[in-house]
Design a protein around this ligand. Sequence first.
Ligand SMILES: Cc1cc2nc3c(=O)[nH]c(=O)nc-3n(C[C@H](O)[C@H](O)[C@H](O)COP(=O)(O)OP(=O)(O)OC[C@H]3O[C@@H](n4cnc5c(N)ncnc54)[C@H](O)[C@@H]3O)c2cc1C
Length: 314
Amino acid sequence: MKMSEPTQFTDQGLRGELRHDVDMSRHTSWRAGGIAQHMYRPADLADLQHFLKVLPADEELIAIGLGSNLLIRDGGLHGTVLLMHGALNEMYMDGELLYAQAGVPGAKLARFAAANDLHGAGFFAGIPGTLGGMLAMNAGCYGSETWDKVVRVQVLTRSGEMQMRTPQDYQVSYRHASRVQGLVCGNDELGAQEFFVGAWLRLDQGESESAKQDIKALLEKRSASQPLHLPNAGSVFRNPEGDHAARLIESCGLKGLRIGGAQVSQKHANFIVNIANASATDIESLMAKVRETVAEKTGVKLQPEVKIIGEKLA
Ligand SMILES: Cc1cc2nc3c(=O)[nH]c(=O)nc-3n(C[C@H](O)[C@H](O)[C@H](O)COP(=O)(O)OP(=O)(O)OC[C@H]3O[C@@H](n4cnc5c(N)ncnc54)[C@H](O)[C@@H]3O)c2cc1C
């Protein structure tokens, strides 16, 4: 991709941080990927709204959180990346509901809920993403999912209009959420129509100390079963109905398979780890090899859970 003639965001009183030619390997948990033409980290919600109002209507746009479910190809991204992490960070109790903005990380959300004597948010601690990314993915683990807790969400449209929506406005299923009318909400295509900026969650009343113990136990369980010491993006493939992608991959003898700097984890077969400066191409090629082998040997066609975006290298 040709770099980079900065888009003119003619001043207009923006308070956030605008950068050009940004190395996206620094913004993804795989620590791999190409260059984004522009990146905007808003100062706060009002600043993000203003940014969307002044952004040229044809500018390609994608919101990201912690990049923990993203493979950005080595040819990079056209347009502008909206960085929610480190930007939309507010969180407070609103009556009985917990309100958090889209940039709040799962671990912080879980700890805040526990400190407020709330139960049922512990699973967020094990998901290294932001609330916005967790809404877009309907992230979950150990039997709980993000949308189970949602009472309403706050979104900004592409033109900067604020809207409130309820779970009834979305089609939600395993690792998926989209607008009922078919609008893309997860921004998995550049130029998406709207972005999550906050959500109100209903959690159970409980006792702080036991909620904290639940978080501790969950984190211990995760670190015993996942290769958290190496860059990864969690589960690479969705679990097929009634089975586990990890079981299928392991049964095909693929643990340890390596392409370039990317390797199928020895600890958890549905994780691909970056062991030696893997490129996004290495990771995508390894994913293709795993899919092909599992399909050949078991007849099951694995579907990626990670979102793959950006240009291939020419
Ligand atoms: C070690 C590890 C363990 C993991 N374990 C789990 C697990 O147990 N369960 C699970 O479900 N996932 C898991 N994941 C995957 C990942 O953490 C989740 O998918 C998480 O929800 C991604 O959040 P993010 O903020 O990093 O989103 P990103 O990776 O930045 O983005 C993911 C998608 O969400 C969209 N998006 C991001 N923010 C917004 C927004 N504000 N509005 C609209 N769309 C947005 C992006 O455009 C993209 O399509 C794991 C990942 C790792 C690295």
